[in-house]
Design a protein around this ligand. Structure first.
Ligand SMILES: CC(C)(COP(=O)(O)OP(=O)(O)OC[C@H]1O[C@@H](n2cnc3c(N)ncnc32)[C@H](O)[C@@H]1OP(=O)(O)O)[C@@H](O)C(=O)NCCC(=O)NCCS
Length: 183
């Protein structure tokens, strides 16, 4: 599994943030971060009440990334606070272990700042160096302009749309699957 050395990057707002691997000791902060940003986005297919991981389960979730050969969890930190995360989860099954799926998010005030670009760039670079991974993919609401533009810009290909896949308060949204070869 390739190393990941933490890096500092400058965002469009001139703030300097650190991107590093998530550690087990980040569990509480990461839970708090995710709980804070999920209700701030229409485009994360999870309700606040469905975030049920205990601190111990969150610690195990982070630890699993540290032990997995085809997965990585990165966090972004600003002034000792977590402000975003990205996870690349490798498939555990033998026939699909060359594939991994991306999830990411951040609070409202950090969106459209270039943070998503920076997090994704690091994950793509790591995936390219990883000898197991060959294909990374993600699913996004077609309406999610920031997300879709970011993924296209980084070179993800559009694979297909599943109409009506998401339904919230009786309103349907379409899902777009995107992928990138990282052989
Ligand atoms: C989706 C998300 C991760 C993207 O990260 P981000 O930091 O906002 O993205 P960036 O600022 O790096 O990139 C967004 C791009 O969209 C562009 N963009 C913004 N508004 C746009 C618009 N109306 N039309 C077209 N492009 C637009 C930006 O200019 C930028 O591209 P550029 O860097 O070439 O200028 C982030 O917004 C987020 O966490 N959203 C809520 C949760 C979520 O949707 N998670 C992803 C689920 S798949």
């Amino acid at each position: 599994m390739p190393e990941f050395n933490k890096i500092d990057i400058k965002l469009k707002n001139n703030k300097i943030v650190t991107i590093r691997r998530g550690e087990v000791s980040d569990a509480q902060d990461l839970l708090d971060l995710i709980k804070a940003y999920i209700p701030q986005s229409k485009y994360i297919p999870k309700l606040e009440k469905e975030i049920k991981l205990t601190l111990e389960q969150e610690e195990k979730w982070i630890d699993a990334f540290l032990k997995s050969k085809n997965s990585i969890l990165l966090v972004a930190e600003y002034e000792n606070r977590l402000i975003g995360n990205i996870d690349l989860t490798g498939n555990p099954r033998a026939i699909m272990k060359h594939t991994a799926v991306i999830g990411m998010g951040m609070p409202k005030e950090w969106r459209n700042s270039g943070l998503g670009t920076a997090l994704l760039k690091e994950v793509i670079g790591w995936a390219r160096q990883n000898p197991i991974l060959e294909l990374i993919w993600l699913q996004v609401y077609t309406e999610n302009v920031l997300g879709v533009n970011l993924y296209k810009k980084m070179g993800f290909k559009e694979n297909g749309i599943l109409e009506g896949f998401f339904k919230r308060d009786n309103v349907y949204f379409d899902q777009l699957t995107m992928s990138m070869i990282v052989k």
